[in-house]
Design a protein around this ligand. Structure first.
Ligand code: FAD
Length: 183
């Protein structure tokens, strides 16, 4: 059983995975590297003057894997809430369980809708920590703002959801702050 399952491997899902795995959570990410980023040329990601979307994703996938997240090249076809846990079923028929679930499925809202979440023209309704109406279920990224989507916003959403999970688990507010190595 994973602590956190993330469905979607674009900037939203991978950013959440980065913060969670870096801070000791057992994280499994499902996705097939089909993010819209492969069509993008980024000039507007703060701190990176320019980069091909595909190159950005290659770095992101390596970064997340290095921190211990398990990236699975599989499509999720169904999600169920079973007691206190989530069960995720993939197209190959495998099922995986977790305490927390983050959906980062991009502009498609199939899984969010299948769980009965409230959806408007703007996307799935979430609070400022990207919590949904279902306990321990988060939706981040383009799914929450279909018409106004930027990579840096999705990455920020994922980070916010991860900090909320980490704060909940630790029982107090949590920041992931690092300092430079001592000379
Ligand atoms: C042509 C084009 C150019 C762009 N240019 C820019 C730009 O210059 N700057 C910028 O900031 N943004 C740009 N964008 C937008 C940017 O790509 C998005 O803002 C960003 O990809 C959103 O990230 P996300 O993680 O929310 O969703 P996505 O990147 O869409 O990721 C969702 C992921 O979830 C996966 N997924 C969905 N359902 C399932 C499932 N059931 N099981 C497993 N995996 C699933 C998808 O395959 C996908 O990999 C551009 C987009 C396009 C199309």
């Amino acid at each position: 059983m994973s602590d956190v399952i993330i469905i979607g491997d674009g900037p939203g899902g991978l950013s959440a995975a980065l913060f969670l795995a870096k801070n000791g959570q057992a994280v499994t990410v499902f996705g097939q590297d089909k993010t819209a980023m492969h069509w993008a040329m980024l000039y507007n990601y703060l701190g990176i003057p320019q980069i091909l979307g595909s190159d950005f994703m290659k770095i992101a996938r390596e970064q997340v894997t290095k921190f211990g997240a398990d990236l699975r090249d599989q499509l999720v076809t169904r999600v169920e809430r079973t007691g206190d846990a989530f069960t995720v079923i993939t197209e190959s028929g495998e099922s995986h369980n977790s305490k927390y679930l983050i959906i980062a499925e991009g502009k498609g809202l199939e899984l969010a809708k299948s769980l009965g979440l409230s959806v408007t023209d703007e996307g799935v309704e979430v609070d400022r920590d990207f919590r949904t109406s279902i306990d321990h279920l988060y939706v981040v990224g383009r799914s929450t703002r279909i018409q106004r989507s930027q990579a840096i916003i999705s990455a920020g959403n994922g980070a916010a959801a991860a900090l909320d999970i980490l704060s909940t688990e630790k029982g107090k507010d949590f920041n992931d702050f690092d300092t430079p190595p001592k000379k």
